[in-house]
Every structure is written in C-alpha cells, then in structure tokens.
Design a protein around this ligand. Structure first.
Ligand SMILES: [Zn+2]
Length: 239
C-alpha cells in the first residue's frame, strides 16, 4: 500500500486550498480550520489527505527504554556507556530500510552481553541480551514468521520477515510461543522465552540479528547480510 498521498491528490488539495483561501471569509490565515470546510460546504481537506495515509499501529511500550551493558563480564564490541553502564546514544526503536521500524532490544528484560562485530576470529553477526531468568522475547517489528526451527548452533530459532528485505533472527529460545510459521506478528507480540538452547553449553541469552537482502533459495536466512542494530538510525515510536 502507498504510504503517502499521491502528488496528484496533493496538487489537487493545494489548488482547492488556494480556492478556499481566496473565496471563503472563514479562512483568513491560509490554514483551513477543520470545521470551516463543512460549514462552508467544502470538503474537509485535512481529513481527505489524512485518510490516504494508512493507520500504522504505534509501537508498544513493552520494549526497554534504556539498555545497560552487563556488569562483571567481558562484553565484546562494547558500545559507549556511562559510569552506571547505561548505553549512551541508545535508541529503543530504529529504522531499517524505508518502511520498517524495529525495537533494538526485543526482550522484556536483559543487559547487553555482546555487541556486533569481530569476536576473536569470527564475526558475531548480532547482539546478545543476557538475563538470569527466562523473560519474554518479542517480535521486534511487524511482520510474518518466516522460519521456526531447532538448529545445533542457534537452538530454538525464529526468523521474522518484516518486508522491504528486512528480517530479524532470534536464537537460543527456551521455547516458542504458540505461534506457527506463516503467522502474522505485530511489534511486541510474545514469540518465545529467553533460553540457552544449543548443542553447546551456553548462558541464557537472546542472540538477536537484523538481516537485510534476499532470502536464499538454498541458504535461506544465511543468504542475508547482517546489520549492527546499534548503527541503525533512531525512529519515532509513534505511528
Ligand atoms: Zn550472539
């Protein structure tokens, strides 16, 4: 669906506005008051333009508004944090692609235990959020569940397709919520519980990736390119 009113509609509205401004005494400032349109028998232009913009649900406030770097552990690729270990420049909601908004930390609770980047000899293609207890894991944005499976490396893993070539991966879940592959999710929907599933012994945490590109015929999500969620621009959580 088109997010923006078409040029033609805008041009039409502007022409009509000019006419209204020129002919109606009710409009003196050049800005049409919402009530004057109806009383003057002129369509309410503000409402017409608004109706062309689809109502996008506001981002829910379940996501952490600030994030701490985990204490007492070595955090690879540690972002800048203050004396209390609170990340500076933390944006709870970010933009990925032209139309996709994502929560930076899709967890009910947790601290950052590993950043994105080289970790010894391997690229850590996501960020890790650690918590002692099995807290809820949320869909980071609106989308559909593309994959839900168990792997030796990622344990119980979910990949969500957000459209616009943007995907997110959630790994090591203790268990999945009742949702199935193909299910539509909204940002903030519970998709599982934080866990430590993997063929290796690991601490409880969420491994979270933001991925972009085209889903692979053979490689699936592994054909996608990982992005550092902390590098993405902050987005407005409303609308
Ligand atoms: Zn990880």
């Amino acid at each position: 669906m088109n997010r923006f009113p078409s040029f033609r509609t805008l041009a039409g509205a502007i022409t009509l506005l000019a006419t209204v401004t020129a002919t109606s005494e009710a409009v003196t400032s050049g800005i049409p008051a919402q009530t004057t349109g109806e009383t003057a028998g002129v369509p309410d232009l503000s409402a017409e333009v608004m109706s062309e913009t689809p109502a996008e649900p506001a981002f829910p406030d379940v996501f952490p508004v600030s994030l701490k770097v985990c204490p007492v552990m070595h955090v690879f690729n540690r972002p800048e944090a203050d004396d209390d270990l609170v990340m500076v420049n933390y944006a709870p909601v970010v933009s990925a692609g032209e139309s996709v908004k994502l929560a930076t930390a899709p967890v009910a609770e947790g601290c950052l235990s590993s950043g994105f980047g080289m970790r010894r000899t391997r690229l850590h293609e996501g960020v890790d959020y650690f918590n002692h207890t099995a807290v809820d894991i949320y869909a980071a944005g609106h989308g559909t569940i593309k994959e839900m499976t168990y792997r030796n490396d990622f344990g119980n893993m979910i990949v969500i397709d957000h459209g616009d070539g943007v995907f997110t991966r959630y790994a090591h879940l203790e268990r999945f919520s009742g949702l199935k592959e193909g299910a539509t999710v909204a940002a903030g929907d519970v998709i599982g519980l934080m866990g430590n599933t993997s063929s290796r012994k690991i601490a409880r945490h969420l491994h979270f990736e933001v991925l972009t590109g085209e889903w692979g015929d053979e490689a699936g999500s592994f054909a996608l390119t990982p992005l550092n969620v902390f590098d993405l621009p902050a987005a407005d959580a409303e609308g």
